[in-house]
Design a protein. Structure first.
Length: 168
């Protein structure tokens, strides 16, 4: 008879509202973390393939905000807003992300940056207010693939910085 309870893996109470994406990036943790903390970096890699970003305001501190527009490859503009709720360099960033400050459908994300040998393992855990909003993000906005592409863009960006630094 199978054991249920103590030995069964715990499932998060928010599992049906979550998206978890991770990637190992061939760059030091401090550099990968920095790529999230400075607008000069973010504007170079943020977003899925084919997207560009225009920043209207950026203040990286707990309670600070990033007000920006993502421009899709089809010409569609997406108003975006992020506020940081926790910053623990170079290990963790927590944030709220929506279309605006008072977006009732805003979601929370926690990014962790862990050493993985000479590389960095980044994990992005996103929790939506409801399962329906999570499913809509996946189906309508391709959130999982978009998240993977975003981390791929980050990896390419910081790997290039490391490569250029080695050439100097």
């Amino acid at each position: 008879m199978a054991a249920i309870g103590r030995d069964a893996p715990a499932q998060s109470a928010t599992a049906d509202r979550e998206i978890v994406i991770s990637r190992v990036i061939s760059a030091p943790r401090e550099l990968v973390f920095e790529a999230f903390t400075e607008v000069r970096h973010l504007s170079r890699w943020w977003g899925p393939e084919g997207f560009t970003t225009t920043t209207r305001a950026f203040e990286f501190r707990v309670g600070g905000e990033w007000d920006f527009v993502m421009h899709g490859p089809d010409g569609t503009d997406y108003q975006e807003w992020i506020s940081w709720t926790e910053i623990a360099p170079p290990e963790r960033i927590a944030l709220v992300h929506g279309e605006s400050r008072d977006d009732p459908n805003a979601f929370e994300s926690v990014l962790t940056f862990a050493p993985d040998g000479e590389a960095t393992r980044i994990e992005m855990l996103t929790v939506f207010p409801t399962k329906e909003l999570r499913d809509e993000a996946v189906e309508k906005y391709h959130a999982i693939e978009g998240g993977r592409q975003t981390l791929s863009n980050l990896a390419a960006y910081v790997t290039e910085i490391v490569r250029k630094g080695a050439e100097d």
